[in-house]
Design a protein around this ligand. Structure first.
Ligand code: ZN
Length: 318
């Protein structure tokens, strides 16, 4: 199904539509948004519009091309993502893309290559893509979709026209959540999900692991920094990197709350209780080192997570 159903995507889509009508879109685009923004609607609609033979500003939805796109069988639409069981997009996958970009269209139109999430390309893959972006083949459009555009090589970014989709303003988010029957979402969750509505909805339903991890951290502090393993085992039961990242954001919120009451902290019992056990400087140090740990665990696989998390906790005492 084509179309833009989420209200926060509409401003970006309208601007893209204007560019499509005026035929001013370049041959390489980077569309970025946080996870849980539903940005795939924009990517899918954009690819379909570029291919549709009936309309220049939206996919008509009934031509032969549109039916092929909708069925996922359009021969000129090439989607590149990490292969099953892999976490990254390999250089071989990008070399295939590059070859494909030079072939001619099977349906006498454009060829579209969608790379998603683009930040999952290995460095070798990014370099291989760069060569093609530097000399873009005719009648071929690259659409890079990214949750974390800062992880792309600057040279890749500079070759693409960048479209960033902003999270909705708080009013818009609240009214959308109301309509989904989730009007009472804790303020802290909105911060943790960077205001990305779909992620927030999901998080609201599956917050146990986060709540348990935060409670385990509070108990660790309560016990005067003893038994780090209790916290570590709770975190390692879930998606450790996401949980640590959420705790790191919570600690940042905590820091802000020492200067002025912060709704996200005041309205969350465990986080509020953490505040009485840490002073500003401790919260600052813990957050900063946790941030580094999250970055380390995200960039390098195969590290001893248990050891590094325990180390973070023990060093927090100093
Ligand atoms: Zn069509």
């Amino acid at each position: 199904m084509f179309g833009i159903s989420y209200p926060w995507l509409k401003p970006t889509w309208e601007k893209l539509t204007q560019a499509l009508e005026q035929d001013t879109l370049p041959s390489a685009l980077l569309v970025s948004a946080s996870q849980g923004m539903g940005a795939h609607e924009v990517i899918d609609s954009l690819a379909a519009t570029l291919l549709c033979t009936n309309s220049s500003n939206e996919p008509c939805g009934f031509c032969h091309v549109c039916s092929l796109v909708e069925a996922g069988t359009h021969p000129d639409l090439h989607q590149v993502s990490p292969l099953e069981g892999k976490s990254s997009i390999s250089v071989d996958q990008i070399r295939d893309c590059n070859r494909y970009a030079l072939e001619s269209s099977q349906l006498n139109g454009l060829r579209i290559i969608v790379i998603s999430p683009a930040e999952r390309m290995t460095e070798a893959a990014m370099n291989a893509l760069l060569k093609t972006l530097e000399q873009p083949p005719e009648q071929c459009v690259f659409i890079l979709s990214s949750f974390e555009p800062h992880r792309l090589l600057p040279t890749i970014k500079s070759r693409c026209q960048h479209w960033h989709i902003e999270a909705p303003m708080l009013d818009e988010l609240s009214s959308w959540l109301d309509k989904q029957g989730e009007g009472n979402m804790p303020e802290l969750y909105k911060v943790l999900c960077a205001g990305a509505p779909l992620q927030l909805l999901e998080f609201g339903k599956k917050n146990d692991a986060f709540e348990q991890s935060l409670a385990a951290l509070e108990q660790f502090l309560q016990a005067n920094f003893a038994h780090p393993n209790d916290f570590t085992s709770v975190v390692l039961k879930g998606d450790a990197i996401s949980l640590l990242s959420a705790i790191s954001i919570s600690l940042l919120e905590l820091q802000k709350s020492y200067f002025a009451p912060t709704q996200s902290v005041e309205s969350h019992q465990t986080l509020h209780s953490l505040k009485s056990k840490l002073d500003y400087q401790q919260a600052f140090d813990m957050a900063q080192r946790l941030n580094q740990l999250v970055e380390q665990l995200t960039t390098h696989t195969g590290l001893n997570q248990e050891l590094l998390i325990s180390q973070w906790l023990i060093e927090s005492k100093c």
